[in-house]
Ligand binder design. Structure first.
Ligand SMILES: C[S@@+](CC[C@H](N)C(=O)[O-])C[C@H]1O[C@@H](n2cnc3c(N)ncnc32)[C@H](O)[C@@H]1O
Length: 216
């Protein structure tokens, strides 16, 4: 069985989507999508030959080499143009943004993304590329939270708080445990900040006040 994080990413994909899994590594997500979502058109790609070989070997074990194409590629560089859905997960925000900034996104209608850091910058940059946030999930696994975001082509305006905490995560009371987790992290940072860093202290206190409301 694949991880909860990968399962949640898979939940954003429909059978008819033409998918590329950028940075596929082991290839488990592509394999799951073919076996359980019955996706008909899918490419597993990675920049690293060893990672791609790992995916190829797992795909062969499942007998899915006809259904899943594999491509050695930096981001979308060598990926055929007929895809409409891009999954990028398990990378940092800067790598994700670099990949998207270099890519031709005209045919792309859906992005499914999970970054390991800086979600404000992730949301802001992808919104600036002409996408809006259509789904957001917080997934607790391995003692941390993973945020999975689905973007669809289209325009929407967001406040700074929405970009930082997630417009849809903010609306859903089920995400209270995630906000409690963020609150705890901010309180730990607060304890370590030198007392002369007054602007930083002010900002952290403001975050803590806001998060306390969300965590209740
Ligand atoms: C931590 S793994 C994540 C694997 C999988 N996507 C997941 O979420 O479990 C990151 C993978 O991204 C690949 N990668 C990093 N930068 C890349 C790029 N610019 N283009 C394609 N793949 C990249 C790495 O080689 C590695 O296999």
């Amino acid at each position: 069985m694949i991880s909860k994080r990968l399962l949640t990413l898979a939940g954003c994909i429909n059978k008819q989507d033409k998918v590329v899994d950028v940075g596929c590594d082991h290839g488990y997500l592509s394999i799951y999508l073919v076996k359980h979502v019955h996706v008909l058109n899918i490419i597993a790609s990675d920049i690293n030959q060893n990672a791609l070989n790992n995916a190829i070997s797992n795909i062969k074990k499942e007998g899915l080499e006809k259904q899943i194409k594999t491509v050695l590629s930096d981001g979308l560089e060598n990926v055929p143009r007929d895809i409409d859905t891009v999954i990028i997960s398990g990378m940092g925000t800067q790598s994700i943004i670099n990949i998207l900034n270099k890519a031709e996104l005209d045919n792309i209608t859906k992005l499914v993304v999970q970054s390991n850091n800086n979600l404000f910058s992730l949301r802001q940059n992808i919104v600036n590329l002409g996408f809006y946030i259509s789904k957001e999930f917080s997934v607790y696994e391995n003692k941390k939270y993973y945020i999975i975001i689905e973007f669809l082509k289209g325009k929407k305006k967001y406040s700074k708080k929405e970009l930082e905490y997630g417009p849809l995560l903010l609306k859903n009371k089920e995400n209270r445990p995630y906000f409690r987790y963020l609150l705890k992290k901010q309180e730990e940072i607060w304890k370590r900040v030198p007392k002369n860093k007054t602007i930083l202290i002010f900002k952290i206190r403001r975050k803590i006040r806001f998060l306390k409301k969300l965590a209740r």
